[in-house]
Design a protein around this ligand. Structure first.
Ligand code: BG6
Length: 490
């Protein structure tokens, strides 16, 4: 195993992401021996904390990730330091630089630095500019910027942000996180497609009827009303996670499995995606917002009654859409996507529906054969299921659906730290394949902007689905118009 050494600065070190995901993920890397002894972390945040207090926080946050009786937690936490910071003040960056230089030396990090921005996006640009101007990016080794979503709010703001961070970092030093790309089964899409002789020859418009990608959540907006009001499901989930999964499903086989080739194939998919704008939006996209209902046996309020949410809010908590990819492989095959909060179950699944066979020799009166499906279970179960038809013993001339399943055992994938663990390790090793390139970000925004612009102009009839349901009925109509239906997600 490669054991990269680096000094990691985490901006937003007292925040939720750092505590819930980043510290436990770093700990797991440490525990598995994937992190060399030559690493140090500087936690950066506004609050006043001593190194000791910070180390206590770190220990608390990794406790549940520790599998070996916690024996090495103290040693792990001893690599952590804290700097109380003002993101707009050069003097504060000066102190941070001195601290970094000292730790570079002490931990022999080869001058490698990772800057992880795990905080409110309004400061991303400011921080990047200061890192450059105040000399923190003058390093002997590598320098990398890891940046969390949202990467802008639309194409225009994403461009501005990108220009700002590009003054301090080159494109190949920027690691834009999409945590779906850290999920085991999202990474597996490529393997299922390109390591099997039986799928790729059928992976096109001659044999595939449609592809359905669903990511449903049971949680509501929780404490994130302020952010979510300005985002909505389209920006929060579709622009990034959903389109990334579509790109992986639709891309051509890359000539090599390296960062550049894979990303460039994904970019081509996004370029081929048919623009949906103005009046067309209503034909191809459905938006929804949850009303009150029952969630896990409890009565829950509607979105408009959530904390920090406008009682008249027009923000969508559900999106379903039909995407068309206008290239040779996919012409005519709809990719349906669907995502929503406060739905029936927490589940992310991809269903590839194959076309019906040319002639059904097995039907009895009205009965039709079930189509073949390849289901990729992203979470909470991880695995694949192939739906076939076979004859049950003794049942002459009768085809019955059967399923071949493979389940990746273990982890409950509900946003587990594992995704972050993989992404952090990738970043430390300099592998940017599972991070989004600027071209992908830009193309996704321009696709999504057309839709949000249209939605902004018109008042929606919200709420239009009950909490704990499968979303608004218009979402079913979207497929019914094409003679199809959503395959059940649970
Ligand atoms: C995040 C969104 O990117 O993804 C959240 O901001 C959403 O609103 C989350 O809940 C879903 O991630 P996961 O891994 O639980 O499917």
């Amino acid at each position: 195993n490669e054991k990269p050494s680096a000094l990691i600065m985490i901006f937003g070190a007292t925040g939720d992401l750092a505590n819930r995901k980043l510290f436990p993920s770093l700990y797991r890397l440490f525990e598995k021996g994937n992190l060399s002894e030559n690493f140090a972390v500087i936690g950066v945040a506004r609050r006043e904390l001593s190194n000791e207090q910070f180390q206590e926080n770190v220990k608390k946050s990794v406790q549940s990730a520790a599998s070996n009786g916690n024996s090495n937690i103290d040693e792990f936490a001893s690599h952590f330091y804290y700097h109380s910071h003002d993101v707009t003040d050069s003097v504060s960056y000066g102190y941070l630089r001195e601290m970094a230089v000292r730790l570079d030396e002490q931990y022999q990090t080869n001058g490698n630095r990772i800057f992880y921005l795990a905080m409110a996006p309004e400061f991303f640009g400011t921080i990047a500019t200061h890192l450059n101007e105040d000399g923190l990016t003058d390093v002997k080794g590598f320098k990398r910027l890891v940046i969390e979503k949202p990467f802008g709010h639309d194409l225009q703001s994403a461009k501005e942000l990108n220009n700002q961070i590009r003054t301090a970092f080159s494109e190949d030093e920027i690691y834009r996180i999409d945590h779906y790309l850290g999920k085991e089964m999202v990474r597996n899409i490529e393997v299922i497609r390109f390591a099997n002789a039986i799928f790729e020859p059928l992976w096109n418009n001659r044999y595939i009827s449609n592809i359905q990608v669903t990511s449903s959540e049971t949680l509501g907006v929780e404490e994130r009303g302020r952010y979510y009001e300005n985002s909505g499901a389209l920006r929060d989930m579709v622009q990034n996670h959903m389109l990334q999964m579509v790109a992986l499903l639709a891309m051509e086989p890359p000539i090599k499995l390296n960062t550049e080739e894979i990303r460039s194939e994904k970019v081509k998919v996004l370029r081929a995606m048919r623009t949906v704008k103005d009046d067309k939006v209503d034909k191809y996209f459905v938006r929804g917002q949850y009303g009150e209902g029952i969630n896990n046996g409890e009565k829950v309020p509607g979105y408009r009654n959530e904390h920090m949410v406008d009682p008249q809010s027009n923000t969508e908590t559900f999106v379903a859409g039909k995407l068309l990819i206008d290239n040779f492989r996919w012409a005519g095959v709809p990719f349906y996507i669907r995502t929503g909060k406060r739905m029936k179950s927490k589940s992310t699944k991809i269903v590839v529906q194959f076309k019906d066979i040319p002639m059904n020799l097995y039907y009895k009166t009205e009965q039709t054969l079930n189509p073949n499906l390849l289901v990729i279970h992203i979470q909470p179960e991880e695995g694949i299921t192939l739906h076939l038809n076979a004859q049950k013993t003794g049942n002459h001339m009768n085809a019955t659906p059967v399923k071949l399943s493979y389940a990746n055992t273990g982890i409950d994938g509900i946003n587990t730290p594992e995704a972050y663990e993989k992404l952090l390790y990738d970043c430390m090793r300099g592998d940017a394949t599972n991070f989004t390139h600027w071209d992908e970000v830009a193309l996704s925004w321009s696709f999504v902007d057309n839709i949000s612009q249209h939605w902004q102009k018109t008042q929606a009839h919200f709420p239009n689905y009950e909490s704990g349901s499968a979303g608004p009925k218009e979402s079913d109509v979207l497929l019914a118009k094409d003679g199809l239906f959503w395959w059940p997600i649970d």
